[in-house]
Structure formats: C-alpha cells, structure tokens
Design a protein around this ligand. Sequence first.
Ligand code: DI6
Ligand code: FE
Length: 407
Amino acid sequence: MGHILNRIYTNFTAATFATGNNQSAYGLIENAAIVIEAGKIAWLGKTRNLPKNYNDFEQIDLTGKTITPALIDCHTHIIYGGNRAEEFEMRLNGASYEAVARAGGGILSSVKHTRAASEQELLKAASKRIEQMINEGVAHIEIKSGYGLDLASELKMLRAADLVGQQYAVNVSKTLLAAHAVPPEYKDNADGYIDHICNEILPTAHKAGLVDAVDAFCEGIAFNAKQIEKLFAKATNMGLPVKLHAEQLTNIGGTIMAAKFNALSSDHIEYLDQAGVDAMAKANMVAVLLPAAFYTLRETQVPPIAALRKAGVPIAIATDCNPGSSPISSPLLTMNMACTLFRLTPEDALAGFTINAAKALKIDNQHGSLEVGKIANLAIWDVNHPRELSYQIGFNPLFERIFQTIN
Ligand code: DI6
Ligand code: FE
C-alpha cells in the first residue's frame, strides 16, 4: 500500500473502464503506461507513446501485471456488534425460524449487541473485515447504520463509520439506514418509528455531518413503500440523496417509489418487474446486485439482468457485508458469485465494483475508472488479464493498492 504523488508505471495491462473512444471490453489497453502526478492520473496510454516530459518521475516496470481502478464497495453494513454464527449453526442443526427468533436471533440480535458496544468496540469489531477489503484492493466503502434503531445508537454507528475513514487508508460514504427494522420500542408502530426518524434521527445525524445518503428496507418484514416515501420526502427536502433495499424477497413497489425521488440506486431487486426496470432507467438509477446475500439465503429468483441491460441501467455489485444475510468481506469472491450465480460476465463484475459502483455513490467524477484527471486510486494485480479476478475462487492476486490521500 502506498500513497504516491508522482510516479510512472509501464508495460502493464490496463482495465480502464474509460468512456469515450476506447470501446473495447474492459476499456483494455495492453502494454499500457500511466503517469501519476500530484495524486491524479496525468496521462494514460501505450508505453511506447509515453511523453518525454515526465523524465524526472520514478518509473516502475509492471510487465505481466494488470492495473484496474481501485475497487469500490457501494453497499455494506460492515459496522455491527456481535455476530450471528450461533444462529447459523442452530439453523444447520435443524432449528426452525421461530426457534431462532425465540433464542433472540435475527436483525434484533445484532441490534442488541450494537447498542451494547461503544464506538471504539464497533470499530475494533469491524477492523478485520475492513483490512480484508483493503487487502483486496478496495479504496472506497459505503457503510450503513441500521443496527442501532434509536437516536444514540444510530449516531454511534455513523461516527464509527466516520472513524473508519479517519483511521484506515480508505474513503467512506456514510448512509443512514435507521429504517432497517422496526425497533422493539416501536413494536406494532412502524409509522411512529418513521416519524421518529423524520423528526429526530435524520435531522440530528444530518446536522452532525454524518449522512451522505438515506436508505431504507422496503419489504413485508420491514417498511412499506408508503412509509418510506415519507422518509424520502424528508431526506430530499434536506438535499440528501436516497437509495433503497427493494424487491429482495417480494415486490411491494419499492423501486417505483424510489424512482420518483431519483434515487441513486435500488439494491437486491431479485423480484423487480419490467415496470420497475423502466422506472430505474428513466430516473438514471443504478442497479446494485448483492450475490452473496442471494447465496447465503439460498435464493432462487435471479435479478432481471437481461431487462436491466436492455434498458441501459448500470449494474453495480457489492458485498452487502452484514452479520445475517451476507457475512462476507471479500469483493473478489462476490465478483465470482456474480458470474456464477447471476451469469454476469467477468467484465460486468469488475465494472460492478469500479465504475458502476462509483456511479451508485455519485463519485464517478473522480473515481471508478482510469481516466486523465481522476484520482489515481489503483489496484495492481498479479494477473495477466482482468478476467482472472472473477475466475479464481478464494485467491487474492493483489500486488499493491495505490491510495491517494487527496480528495
Ligand atoms: N436486507 C438483508 O438481507 C439484510 N438487511 C437488509 O436490508 C439483513 C440484515 C441482517 O440480517 O442483519
Ligand atoms: Fe443490505
């Protein structure tokens, strides 16, 4: 890992994902060179065309290696207290859903442990997961709250997320997901809890500078579209972008509602229909697919990928790192799952963790592709071709991650 202000790399394969005249798969450039100047990409092209005016820059030969944009995980719940290994084991020993719930399992188990932990304890609990992501070339993580479900605990989670960005060489986007589940204090009163989020949690968290976006879980077991619409109206009035967990288990109209607010993304969307796809395209939303949650829950309904492609909706992929439905900290394994379970191509999977993830977080003006003027956050891999990143399982070929401390 290094932060590098001025340097030249030569003789590698570049997966640029650049828009414009390079329309080859991956935006591939073979025998590429890149000039990093003041932490940004100053030049990129064939090594033989390298301009002479950077003669005083250190130059490093990367023959046999591949450079991609540093990875971006655009959907995680990486901060939480405790874990759910016990209920995982209980279920595999034959315990029913009710038995697990009676033993205190499920989201509310994570809520209990998250409420009991201090900010520092939450950070420490997440450290191995964050290090794993960084070791796989991640430079930007989106982190959601949603295991606090009260004012103090939601703020604590967001502050812990903030600390991740301060204490690790990684950028963080903070998302308020107070509308993740109905807390015990509001049992049978989801409307009352939504009001509490609108009137207390959201304004306080926003005032503290802790909210980059607002998310919610639209599902029979969480909140309906009408309840979330109220929250999204409030967020939009405050100038905050919204995004949604939608159509994961059923279709209750979440994405169509979110599109009315020009949401950044709709995430999961296994049960999205054509009208939902059309609404996403019209609202310039990104589809965030979460194959590790699909895998863990042993789902069978695959997201409508052909329809999304046809409508031109960009597809991002993310880990959904969380203690219940997606206990994974590996973007590379997630990319493999996207290919094997969803039949995405290796190019789609890598685009999903770079340029399209950047679009889902609205950071694509500075991140997500190798293009002149963008910040030089790079992943250098010990592979000959970017397709190898999705192909190998349980294998991490990262050679070096370049992370700039500029913004
Ligand atoms: N969808 C999910 O699959 C997770 N949250 C969400 O909104 C479940 C999170 C958990 O079980 O802790
Ligand atoms: Fe999630």
